[in-house]
Every structure is written in C-alpha cells, then in structure tokens.
Design a binder for this molecule. Structure first.
Ligand code: AMP
Length: 428
C-alpha cells in the first residue's frame, strides 16, 4: 500500500473546517491592518535561501529539499532549486523583482506550505503550513519605525485572541544591528574558546563559523554552558537600544503583555533588532506557535535597495493543534437534509436544494430510491438539523414536510417560506 511520505499528512474533514476557520480569521485580521495577499512559488533558486536564511543555519545546512534541475532548455541545466523552507526570502525576492518600493510601504501576507527535512514528531512535519506577513519598504515610508514592530505584535495578539487562544506568551528580544553583532560575536567567540571542547559537534562548528547560532542548540548537556555566555543586550548601540525601548513602550500602551528573553536569537541569519516568538503551553515540546522579527538588511543582501522590514510566520499546524478541541464547534453541519421520496423526485429535490443553497442554507441530499427511514437515519448521522421530504404529494401541494431531527416535531411549510424558515433555525 502506498502511504503519504513520512513527515507529510493528509488534512481530512472535519479538521479541514478548522483550517478554513483559522485562515478566514487571519484574512479578516490582515484586512483590518491593511495587509494584502502575495503568493510566491513553492520552489526557488537555492542560493536565495543560502543568502538570506544563512548557510550556517540548520535550515540551510541540513533541512532543505534541493535538487538539480534537468529541464530541456540549456539554461535549466544544472540550476539548483529548493522547495521553500520559509517564505520571507521569496517575498523579499518578489519585492525586489517587481520594484514594490514604488508603492511605498508594502504590507503583504501569505498562507501556504513550507518544506524542511526535520525529524517528524507531533507538531513538527516535513511539509507544514505557515501564515505569515511582511511589512517592508523604504525607510522614508516609515518601515524602520518601532511603531511598525508594535503594530505587527499587536496584530498577532489580536489574531490569537480572536481564535480563542488566550494562554499565549510573547517573548521579546533585540538582536541589534550587524555592527552590534560583530562585537557580540567576537565576545561570544572569546567566551566559547575555553569551554567549546565540552560541547556538541554542532556547537564546536558554530563557535568558529557563526557563534550566535550556539543559542539554537537543543542538547541538554550544553545548556549550562550556554547559560554562562554573554548576552546581546549588553552590546546594543544607542539607536538599537532606543528602538527596542520604544517598541516595548507602545506594547505597554496598547496592553499587549510580553516578557524579555535575552537568549532569543532566532534560527535565521537575516534578523536585526526586534526578534520575537509566541509560545503556547498546551503544545508540549514544540511550543513555539510563531516567530518573527526585523530584517533591515535583507533586501540589500539580495541585491535590492535599502528596505527595512519586519515580519512573522505562524505555524498553522500548531495553531490548529492548539484549537483542536473546538473542531466540533467550528464545523458547519448541514442545516437540512433533502429527502426525495419516490420515482422522479430527484429532479424536484435538486430544484429545491438549488433554491435553498442560493440563500446560504447548507444542504445535503439523499436519493429517490431511499426509504424515508433510511433518509432520516442518514440525516441524523451527519447531524443535519432538519429533514425535508420531497414527495409527489408535497410537490403538488406546494408545501413540504419539514422534520426537526432534534425534537422530532414535523410541520408543513409552503415552498416560498422554506429559505426563511431554515435560515432562522440555522445549525450553528
Ligand atoms: P521559523 O520559520 O522557523 O521561525 O518558524 C515559524 C513557525 O513555524 C514556528 O514557530 C512553528 O510554529 C512553525 N514551524 C517551523 N517548522 C515547523 C515544522 N517542521 N513543522 C511544523 N511547524 C513548524
């Protein structure tokens, strides 16, 4: 038997209703904050990720699905392509390619699959979904302002609250500018020198190539050593310090709670200044529900103009896991099961169903060969609220028997009144 590949999975009903619910809520919130949708390709040139996410990150060094293209055209040959492991790089590539700065500040959101060859476990998949957004543009359009950071964080708090996820935690840090990081990396290298021999192989490599990445280490034995390392906070210049303070100030003013976490450096190289993560208690080991931050130099490092930006990516799979208990409440059940009774009644039932659906009534249909008992049983099994009997007598009379499947009560309703009757008794 052929099964879905390890780390990938089918999303089935009723869970898909929850996915749609989450995505609809996201679209609503994005609209209120004036974000518009972008859809970038699922695969890109490999060097896009190497140059933005960073060669030394786990994502680029171990987790990408990369292959050499063997298209027909000469220019295709040997081109290295990669399934996107995240979407910020693609969005910034599109920003540069389409000169989106000509519109001032671009506020873009995306919803879609990402691919990383990670060890699969609950909440961690090889094809997973992210809902993300980027606010990027020339500094003159206000893209650098701490007000932007606070706006994005406040949007996220609003979104999670809207979904009924209340027990989230916002962890906040500033990773400074590249210059601050140079000084910090130097200090880290020095601090690591005498102790790195006792650390894992990854950390030994990181200590040489990119010491900041030591903070990504998950090996328990390394943690006490990491605890003793200097923190980025002491290395921020005045501009970065003030920026970070203003972000915190606005968050306090709008009532978004946060905690400072000076170990939070995020697993991607392009971050500058504000870095953040929202965690959620119910998720266990994979408790990061979303992450993001500022990436003021990213556009330039990809050959574009200066375009400070800030963005985030929400792990949609984890969001849905956190919401799972509410799946029943979110799924819309049929308002009515239309039961054609006797030969020739399928066509009458189809006409009535069409009319009702035009009035936004959720309709399921039986078949004229079903006995009434079977129709009622089928309707109850799918939790339809009503069954509507469409038989020859009803069609002649222009009024139909409507049975409430919860109470058993049955009434005759004239055809013209059906939509209204069903709308006012909608299954919620
Ligand atoms: P990142 O792009 O690594 O900052 O990830 C942002 C969010 O995407 C994380 O907080 C997770 O919620 C989610 N995420 C990242 N990797 C995976 C994965 N392999 N499976 C499921 N969700 C993931």
């Amino acid at each position: 038997m052929i099964k879905a590949v390890r780390g990938t999975r089918d999303l089935l009903p009723p869970e898909t209703a929850l996915w749609n619910f989450v995505e609809a809520a996201a679209r609503d919130v994005f609209r209120a904050y004036n974000f518009q949708e972008i859809r970038t390709p699922i695969f890109e040139e490999t060097q896009l990720f190497a140059r933005s996410v960073g060669e030394e990150t786990d994502i680029v060094s171990k987790e990408m699905y990369t292959w050499e293209d063997r298209g027909r055209a000469q220019s295709d040959k040997g081109q290295s392509l990669t399934l996107r492991p995240e979407n910020t790089a693609g969005v910034v590539r599109a920003y540069i390619e389409h000169k989106l700065w000509e519109r001032g500040l671009s506020k873009l959101f995306y919803i879609g699959p990402q691919f990383r060859r990670e060890r699969p476990q609950k909440g961690r998949y090889r094809q997973f979904y992210q809902i993300g957004a980027e606010a990027i543009g020339p500094a003159t359009a206000g893209s650098e302002s701490p007000a932007r950071d606070a706006e994005v964080l406040e949007l996220l708090a609003t979104f999670l609250d809207r979904l009924g996820i209340n027990d989230w935690n916002l962890e906040l840090n500033s990773v400074g500018c590249p210059k601050d990081r140079e000084g910090y990396n130097e200090a880290l290298r020095k601090a690591l020198e005498p102790v790195v021999g006792k650390m894992c192989a990854d950390c030994q490599r990181r200590a040489v190539t990119n010491p900041l990445r030591v903070f990504d280490c998950k090996v328990p034995e390394d943690q006490p050593i990491i605890e003793t390392l200097p923190r980025i906070g002491q290395f921020l210049d005045e501009g970065c310090r003030q920026h970070f303070e203003q972000v915190q100030d606005i968050l306090k003013a709008v009532g978004v709670p946060f905690v400072l976490n000076d170990r939070l450096v995020r697993g991607l190289d392009y971050y500058t200044r504000t870095a953040f993560e929202f965690t959620h208690g119910a998720l266990g080991a994979q408790n990061a529900i979303l992450g993001g931050g500022r990436y003021d130099g990213l556009s330039e490092s990809l050959g574009g103009p200066s375009a400070p930006g800030i963005g985030f990516a929400i792990g949609e799979d984890r969001l849905v896991l956190a919401l799972k208990e509410s799946a029943e409440a979110v799924m819309r059940k049929p308002d009515v099961y239309v039961a054609p009774l006797g030969a020739g009644m399928n066509r009458e039932a189809a006409r009535i169903a069409r009319e009702l659906r035009r009035h936004d009534v959720v309709v399921e249909m039986g078949d004229e060969t079903f006995r009434l008992k079977k129709s009622f049983e089928t309707a109850s099994k799918m939790s339809a609220k009503f069954a509507l009997i469409v038989g020859e007598n009803e069609v002649k009379a222009g009024a139909f028997a409507l049975k409430n499947l919860e109470t058993g009560e049955q009434v005759s309703v004239p055809r013209g009144e059906l939509p209204q009757k069903l709308q006012s008794n909608r299954n919620s």
